[in-house]
Design a protein around this ligand. Sequence first.
Ligand SMILES: N[C@@H](CCC(=O)N[C@@H](CS)C(=O)NCC(=O)O)C(=O)O
Length: 206
Amino acid sequence: MKLYYHPASPFARKPRIAAALLGIELETQVVDILAGAGQAPDYLRLNPHGKVPTLVDGDFSLWESNAIVQYLGEKAADTSLFPRDSRSRADILRWQFWESTTWAPPSGVFIYENVLKPLLGQGEADGEEIRKATEKFVRAAKVLDDHLAQHSWLVGDTLTVADTSVAAVLMYAETARYPLDGYEHIHAWFGKIRQLPAWTATEPSA
Ligand SMILES: N[C@@H](CCC(=O)N[C@@H](CS)C(=O)NCC(=O)O)C(=O)O
């Protein structure tokens, strides 16, 4: 299986962390999205959005990071990271959908306004965009923090791919200045994820 990714992409990091944890070896290829390589006709045939990640397994091309994580989970022998019972499976899906719809979007605003804009010379962060993203982000962070106040991990009592999917976008928590002060349970949980060899091996600088 081959994963097309960019080392700085939190979405592409999700399947990379999952593969490392699940013991799945992936062939990888960097798509330089910042240089427009996502729009190359050959790549658009694999992923019509021109985004990363994309997984190719034989004649099957799969985009959407959490769908790729699910596919890798199905392939793996390890059932603790991707339990097979229907409640755990639905619970993992719940957190992955929540990540895509509720957690990543405001995080993406902080990444764009506070990291990408300065990097690309696109001017100052837009205060109104930051204000709207902060409102959404703190509502979501409270839900996550309240859950982690009662549970060590998102699903069941061990690490699963739900944790790594939700944590991926936190790779920019400091540099993009997410409003995370006071969410002590998120900090404690993320502290454990950051220590995983699968996390450190997938750092952009690794
Ligand atoms: N919902 C998609 C989002 C993928 C996405 O937005 N990837 C970004 C990098 S983090 C990208 O490739 N952007 C390039 C572009 O928009 O041209 C997923 O989870 O896979």
